[in-house]
Design a protein around this ligand. Structure first.
Ligand SMILES: [Mn+2]
Length: 152
């Protein structure tokens, strides 16, 4: 069950976040979205479509638009594809309570997708170009990745 963790954390009677009914095969472009999430702590949620779900990372600082800036990106649970268009309020008391807005969206092209290294071309409105996600402490802290734009 790819979305088990996602569903366990949420009460869909209370939140308007999608439970994730459909896991359709990707047709054409792969979804890329970043949601700005004003929760207990402000962060940006990077989401990339892969195998019928949105692979997800929480980025504590604004994502880099130019080369030379590196951001910590903490891997979190897979989200349903429908989450890519979610914006709104997550009610107080629920998981991730706060405001979600779409910060950037578009599609991406995977150049390399390995266990500890992902290289993608992002085609968004704010982010554009080749980006890397590198798991920098695979044994010690496998959830922690570095997210940065490659020099062109
Ligand atoms: Mn979040």
């Amino acid at each position: 069950m790819p979305l088990e963790k996602y569903r366990k954390k949420r009460d869909f009677q209370k939140t308007s976040e999608p439970p994730g009914e459909a896991t359709h095969e990707p047709a054409g472009r792969l979804a890329y979205v970043i949601q700005k999430h004003q929760a207990t702590r402000l962060h940006w949620d990077l989401r990339l479509e892969r195998d019928g779900v949105l692979k997800s990372w929480a980025v504590p600082k604004e994502p880099p638009t130019k080369a030379g800036e590196r951001r910590l990106a903490v891997e979190v649970e897979d989200h349903p594809l429908e989450y890519g268009s979610f914006a709104g309020e997550i009610p107080a008391g629920g998981y991730g309570a706060g405001t979600v807005e779409i910060w950037d969206r578009g599609h991406f092209v995977p150049m390399e997708w390995e266990e500890n290294a992902i290289v993608i071309e992002i085609h968004g409105e704010k982010l554009e170009g080749t980006y890397c996600l590198i798991r920098f402490q695979p044994d010690k802290d496998p959830k922690n990745w570095l997210f940065f734009k490659k020099k062109s």
